[in-house]
Every structure is written in structure tokens, then in C-alpha cells.
Write a protein that binds this ligand. Structure first.
Ligand SMILES: Nc1ncnc2c1ncn2[C@@H]1O[C@H](COP(=O)(O)OP(=O)(O)OP(=O)(O)O)[C@@H](O)[C@H]1O
Length: 537
């Protein structure tokens, strides 16, 4: 902050950061519209809103990635000043630390913990310019101690530590240069998205600890139960406007849905999400038999999986779950050859294939589609528009006499935009200009169009709001009802409860339990994952 003047207000009522009249306009799109936000010392302040409501844009303005429109007013610690761009964040400076930990953490898996910390802090140098490894190790240990990771081997690769430890390392390095007790704003964006349920609780303990040392925390998540557990206040964004700021005291999951969507839309979303009752473990009746051959997987071996056999009947939605690394995270990639399997076969539409010889392109040709978990790196084609992203694997369908018919491609994109309520409804919009949840719908549209014989999904609802979740569920149910075999690999027990007719629980690369019927509910699934993991330990 610069050019500061003191505001005449009682200090105890004064927020650490007060932002007024914050707008951000992209060409043709007002992403934030006169938003006001007060964040206090020692609170967890949740940002809640549907896909495209402006949460990421707000974070990107706070961290200096986007400059806001003119007219914003800011005060920090009671001192008013301009929203200037002096540090990495326009608010970061002597008075305030502003740090963000994003959903994908920004760690390099192949590097050690100490190197990953150094990527943020810079390597400490001894006289003469060589790296002072002893000092670097002690700085790393000091930062890790602040997040409760005293015992972690700092030379271990980030790929071998647990998902919770990775999140802790990312938070630890964000605290570099921020002395304990100094004022600051820590932004956590979907921090539990990659964490199994039991590790999320441990993360909350850390977040509460940081809050109690005076850190102001902005917490963004579509996992509403997280917010009920951890947030002190919530600000609700709708179409770029802040429509409510309230204390979280006494608020339930359903209250949050109501605040986010408005009462009427909330009731509708709730009804759709709950409309699917899988009572006896049998697949729902196949209504038109458009697809209809069993997917049969035998002896699948990968880096994690150690020989998995299962079948998915036409119209069945089989869930596969476990803690990260149990095998469900690599399963769909192995089946389409996106990661190298060591052994295994898969029967597709009556023909058996050696999985070690498959590749994603060939699988797409066979009508087997994979919706990957890492949307940004594995799924969207960044420099292209919604139309290209949806139609790319099926371009031949839109060609005549060797010429691509752009009009029929666009018509197909418009059909999916309408079916999945993709926003904005512009087939020519660059996919990088979409919110995360809308980009996920585009990816889903692409692969729903390809899947004739099987659809494999990895974490299909990560980062999507409750309304979009219900929409995705109903499209997947409809595809199953047409006889498509579907495999949902997910750590989100709600996805599994709402979608699956059978759930396979893996641990250590092997099948440990199979849940059907009334056992397919969030509590039993979480419990089965925990028991399977403990039994393998
Ligand atoms: N770089 C950009 N260029 C143009 N429009 C953008 C850009 N980034 C975001 N938008 C638009 O701004 C609006 C808000 O998007 P934002 O990503 O902030 O939403 P969000 O609440 O974070 O959504 P989600 O929960 O899906 O991640 C959307 O309409 C989006 O299409």
C-alpha cells in the first residue's frame, strides 16, 4: 500500500482489509461488479458462489494477476490507500502479507521438499555464490514447523509424500517472509479438492491454528460441508456481485445452497441431486439400449494397480475409490493407454484388447472416452474456443468432401452449450476465458459425444458447483439409461453415492471391498476406504 492516511474508526471494529466498489471487466464480460469485502484478523472468510460467479477473478485481483477497473477503494489496517501494483499482490507490502495457495498447489512432483520450498524462497547462497544447503535446509524445516510438519524428510520427493503433506508444504512455503504474528491474508483455493475425507479434517486443524495466530484466511470451496466446518464468515457472489455477507454461525449445508442459488433454484438442484435412488444395487433399467455391451477388465497392472478384474454391465455406473495412490487415480488412464499399463486386457463391444497396446486416440475410435481429472493440463485445448474443444475428436463427422463444415461444428457446440448450460453461451469463446466449472462442462460435452461403448471419468465434479453437479449427474444417468457402461473414479463420496450402482474400494492397488445397495452412501463409503487402508497398512 502507498500514500496511506489513517481512518477514524474504532480499531476493534476495523477489518484488516476493506475493499469497496471492486469491479473487473473483461472484453464483453463484467466478472466482478461493485464488490465490497471486509476481512478481519483471525477469521476464516469463505467465498461462495456458483461456477462463473467471480471467485477466481476476485482472488486474481487480490493476488495481482488481474488489475481491477478504476474506482476501487481499499483500506488495510485502517489506513486508506490506492490499490497499487507494488508487489506480487497490489496489497502485499510492509503492512500486509498476501499469499495464495491454489488448488493445484504449484509443486513439482519430481523435486524434493527442500527444492520445492526453494522454488518460492529462492536458494540461499553462501559467500562465493554457491548454494548454502545447510541454511536452505534449516529455512525449510523452520517453515515446515509452522504447519506442523516437523518430522517430514525434506529430501523426500514431493511425489512420495501424502496429499495432506503436499498441501502443508505449499502452505509452508507461502508463509516465507511472513514472520509469525505479522498481519496477513492467506488465500486457500479449493484446498481439500485432492484430499481424502479423513485428511481434510487434519487440514482444518492447521487452518484453525493459523487463524488463531492472527492470520486472516480467505477460503474458496465448492465443498459446502468444508465451509460449515471451517468458516467464520461467508461472502456470497452471484453473477459478479456480492449478494450477502454473513456469519456462518448456525448455517447448514442447505442454507449455503440457498444463499448461493436463491431459494427456488436451490430446491430444484436438491431435488435433482436426490432423485436417483439406487436401492438394490442393480443397474437401472436400460431404456433404449443404444449402447449395450459389457466392459470387462482383467488382470490390470500399472504403477499402483496390482491385478484388477471387474466388469461393468450396460447401464451400470461403477464407482472406484480409495485414498490417493490406491489405484483408482491411475485406473481410467491405464484403460485408454494414456498411462502405460504393465499388463491387462479390456473387452470393448465384444472384442478383447491388450491394454498395453492401446492409446487414447485408438480408444476414442473404439467409442471409449476418458474425462481426465486435471482439466487445465490434460483436458482443455487452451488456445481454442468452445466449439473446437467439443468437436475435436469427432471432426470427421463435421466434414464433407474433405472440407470441415464450421457451421455444423458450431451447431453441435450450441447443442451442448444448451444441454449443459455452459456459460457464456458463445461457441466462439476461448475456453481459457471460461470459469473452471464451465470448462469442466465443455470437457464433459466433448467426451459424452465420443462415448459409444464406455465412459471413464476421473474426479468428474472437482471444482463444479452444486447446481452443475446435479446437471452432470443427470446427464450421466441418462447416458447409463441408454446402456452405456460408466466408470467413475473418484474420492468424492457424494459423486459415488449419487451416481453409482456398485462401488469398488481399492487399497494398495487391490480390490478390498465392493459396496452395493443401501451401502452406497457417503458414510459407508468413507468408512470402507478407511478400513481398507488401515487393513493394508
Ligand atoms: N481471462 C478472462 N477473459 C474473459 N472472461 C473471463 C476471464 N476469466 C474469467 N472470465 C469470466 O469471468 C466470469 C467469472 O469467472 P471466474 O473464473 O471468476 O468464476 P468462478 O466463480 O471462479 O467460477 P468457478 O467456480 O467455475 O471456478 C466468467 O463469466 C468467466 O467466463
Amino acid at each position: 500500500m502507498s500514500e496511506t492516511t489513517t481512518v477514524d474508526r474504532p480499531i476493534e471494529q476495523m477489518p484488516l482489509v476493506r475493499i469497496e466498489n471492486l469491479s473487473k471487466t473483461f472484453p464483453g464480460q463484467r466478472a466482478l461488479d461493485q464488490v465490497d469485502l471486509d476481512i478481519r484478523v483471525g477469521e476464516v472468510h469463505a467465498l461462495l458462489g456458483q461456477n462463473g460467479s467471480g471467485k477466481s477473478t476476485l482472488i486474481k485481483v487480490l493476488t495481482g494477476f488481474h488489475a481491477p477497473d478504476d474506482g476501487v477503494r481499499v483500506s488495510v489496517d485502517g489506513a486508506e490507500g490506492a490499490f497499487t501494483r507494488t508487489g506480487p499482490s497490489p496489497l502485499d507490502g510492509e503492512v500486509l502479507n498476501v499469499r495464495a495457495v491454489h488448488q493445484h498447489l504449484g509443486l513439482v512432483p519430481q523435486l524434493s521438499v527442500v527444492d520445492n520450498v526453494a522454488l518460492c524462497t529462492g536458494y540461499l547462497r553462501a559467500p562465493g555464490g554457491r548454494i548454502d544447503w545447510a541454511a536452505q535446509a534449516s529455512l525449510t524445516r523452520e517453515l515446515l514447523a509452522r504447519v506442523g510438519l516437523e518430522g517430514l524428510d525434506i529430501h523426500a520427493g514431493v511425489d512420495v509424500i501424502s496429499p495432506l503433506e503436499r498441501t502443508q508444504v505449499a502452505i509452508a512455503r507461502a508463509l516465507h517472509g511472513w514472520s509469525e504474528g505479522a498481519h496477513g491474508l492467506l488465500i486457500l483455493d479449493e484446498p481439500t479438492a485432492a484430499l481424502p475425507a479423513e485428511q481434510a479434517e487434519d487440514l482444518f486443524t492447521l487452518v484453525r491454528r493459523l487463524r488463531d495466530t492472527g492470520v486472516a484466511i480467505v477460503y474458496v470451496s465448492h465443498r459446502l460441508d468444508d465451509l460449515v466446518s471451517i468458516a467464520d464468515h461467508v461472502t456470497v457472489l452471484r453473477d459478479g456481485r456480492s449478494v450477502a455477507t454473513t456469519s456462518m454461525e448456525g448455517l447448514t449445508h442447505d442454507d449455503l445452497v440457498g444463499l448461493m442459488l436463491g431459494k427456488e433454484a436451490a430446491a430444484k438442484a436438491h431435488a435433482v441431486v436426490r432423485s436417483h435412488a439406487v436401492e438394490d444395487g442393480r443397474p437401472p433399467a436400460v431404456v433404449d439400449g443404444k449402447h449395450g455391451r459389457t466392459l470387462r477388465v482383467s488382470g490390470l497392472v500399472g504403477a499402483e494397480l496390482r491385478g484388477l478384474d471387474f466388469t461393468v454391465a450396460p447401464g451400470e455406473v461403477v464407482g472406484v475409490t480409495g485414498i490417493v495412490g490406491a489405484g483408482q487415480d491411475e485406473l481410467p488412464y491405464l484403460l485408454v493407454g494414456a498411462r502405460k499399463a504393465a499388463a491387462g486386457t479390456v473387452e470393448i463391444d465384444g472384442t478383447t484388447y491388450d491394454v498395453t497396446r492401446l492409446d487414447p486416440r485408438r480408444c476414442a475410435g473404439l467409442g471409449v472416452a476418458l474425462v481426465p481429472a486435471d482439466r487445465a493440463n490434460e483436458a482443455v485445448l487452451p488456445q481454442t474456443d468452445i466449439t473446437d474443444n467439443i468437436t475435436l475428436p469427432r471432426l470427421r463427422l463435421f466434414s464433407k468432401g474433405g472440407w470441415l463444415r464450421r457451421s455444423s461444428e458450431r451447431a453441435e457446440a450450441v447443442r451442448w452449450i444448451e444441454r449443459l448450460f455452459i456459460q457464456p453461451q458463445d461457441p466462439g469463446k476461448l475456453v481459457t476465458e471460461l470459469s473452471g466449472g464451465n470448462a469442466q462442462k465443455v470437457v464433459l460435452a466433448r467426451w459424452l459425444g465420443v462415448a459409444r461403448n464406455a465412459l471413464l471419468l476421473a474426479e468428474p465434479t472437482a471444482g463444479v458447483d452444486i447446481g452443475a453437479k446435479s446437471l452432470i449427474y443427470s446427464h450421466l444417468r441418462a447416458a447409463a439409461a441408454e446402456g452405456l457402461p460408466i466408470v467413475v473414479c473418484s474420492t468424492d463420496a457424494m459423486d459415488l453415492e449419487q451416481l453409482c450402482t456398485r462401488v469398488l474400494v481399492l487399497s494398495d492397488g487391490r480390490l478390498k471391498a465392493e459396496l452395493t445397495g443401501a451401502d452406497i452412501n457417503e458414510d459407508t463409503i468413507n468408512h470402507a476406504v478407511l478400513s481398507a487402508t488401515e487393513a493394508s497398512a
